[in-house]
Design a protein around this ligand. Structure first.
Ligand SMILES: [Fe+2]
Length: 415
């Protein structure tokens, strides 16, 4: 069989490529050792599954059975309906939640993979575990060396949001330094830098949604993302935040933007200008959340019905924000206004049906759901990419099945 993708990102495995022919059992053993449970196969380049067998297999479950060890779905089966685990409730006291809601916005999440052993930083790092945030290493006017101790820490790394420019400067310096050992690292860091700069712009816009200057910056940022993906599709993995331990609107916005652009390119039905506009709209799809009270926006437990009805207003708030910006291309409105609509008319805010939705709105709906499902929250674990796609594919009436198919193929091709 020819493997054309696995259920782990390229960054999470030491496989040279995620596209190869399975020649013998040792290949399968290696996949198991890497924790890979599902693979995508290309039935043109290799053998298909036996017709009489189910199409969902688990490589870790196959023991010595060659068929079940090697076989996996080319796409998630419709019979593979995965339901989210029951959310954990009553996890935190009201005081803990209040403190978290009020403080989390003063931090920025950073990537452990951007910190290179032996390099030096000029900012403090904090460690977040559940709702607790504590100083990991403090900058006191003396550069801090990145050591194994810092890199092996368990938990999410944060920095003071005022230090974000120091962090992006650090990445820029790394790109031009000799400390990196390969071309791959440089390419990855360049993608990561574009990602961090885009996050900064979304954050600026959340602070001041009326700023025409910041809206203008989104155009440049999106053009950079589109250009990078067109140059090299594999950079998509560097532009995305893959291990999402908690939900951050800025991280989510950039992920939805990158995936929407990738999907728009894969669909081969938009010109360059339209792809850029889809990128702008998807980067700003949740801009209306800037008007949602922080105790609801940052709440680390499930929202009550009343809170959820307030949260849902972010789409109409987004529409209002758009009205401040005459220069905003009209095409960019669709992802903002339609990302919570569903083909059945069961979405919000306008209960639009499939025929009324723009293709870019349908793209945003799929990508937004996918990124939310693959993100952990304090009250729920993240689903794997495979589980999330299976869940979306199972909702055949809600999401455009042709676009979902393309999305699955696109994700398989960037791993
Ligand atoms: Fe939203």
């Amino acid at each position: 069989m020819y493997i054309d993708g696995v259920d782990k990102s390229w960054l999470e495995t030491d496989l040279f490529s995620h596209h190869f022919k399975v020649k013998d059992a040792s290949h399968i053993e290696k996949l198991k050792r890497l924790g890979i449970k599902h693979v995508v196969i290309d039935t043109v380049k290799g053998r298909d599954l036996p017709k009489d067998k189910g199409i969902t297999r688990d490589v870790s479950a196959g023991k010595d059975n060659k068929e079940s060890a090697a076989a996996a779905p080319a796409k998630p089966a419709e019979s593979t309906i995965i339901k989210p685990a029951e959310p954990k409730v009553d996890l935190y006291t009201p005081e803990e939640m209040k403190r978290y809601c009020e403080t989390i916005d003063s931090f920025s999440q950073i990537e452990k993979e951007a910190l290179i052993k032996g390099s030096f930083i000029n900012f403090s790092i904090f460690l977040k575990k559940h709702l607790n945030i504590a100083m990991l290493t403090e900058y006191k006017n003396k550069d801090i060396e990145i050591t194994d101790d810092i890199l092996s820490t368990d938990g999410e790394l944060l920095i003071d949001r005022n230090d974000t420019h120091k962090y992006t400067r650090y990445i820029k310096d790394l790109i031009f330094s000799k400390i990196l050992d390969s071309d791959v690292n440089v390419k990855h860091l360049k993608g990561l830098l574009i990602r961090e700069n885009s996050k900064l712009i979304v954050r600026e816009l959340f602070d001041d949604p009326r700023s025409g200057e910041t809206i203008h910056k989104t155009r440049g940022s999106v053009e950079e993302i589109v250009g990078s993906i067109q140059d090299n599709k594999q950079i998509t993995t560097s532009l995305l935040t893959i291990n999402k331990h908690d939900y951050y609107t800025y991280t989510h916005s950039v992920n939805v933007c990158v995936l929407s652009i990738g999907l728009a390119i894969a669909l081969e039905m938009f010109n360059e200008k339209e792809i850029n506009n889809i990128g702008i709209g998807s980067l700003l799809h949740d801009i209306g959340k800037s008007a949602i009270p922080i105790e609801i926006l940052n709440k680390p437990t499930l929202l009550t019905e009343k809170e959820f009805s307030i949260m849902k207003q972010h789409v109409t708030f987004g529409k209002k924000i758009l009205s401040f910006h005459d220069a905003m291309p009209k095409d960019a409105y669709h992802p903002i206004l339609e990302h919570h609509e569903r083909l059945t008319g069961d979405g919000y805010p306008s209960s639009l049906t499939g025929q009324e939705l723009h293709t870019s709105g349908k793209i945003a709906a799929i990508v937004d759901t996918y990124d939310a499902l693959t993100t952990a929250r304090p009250y729920k674990d993240a689903l794997s990419s495979f589980e999330s796609l299976s869940m979306i594919k199972g909702q055949v009436n809600n999401y455009d099945s042709e676009i979902v198919k393309k999305f699955i193929l696109m994700l398989g091709s960037i791993r």
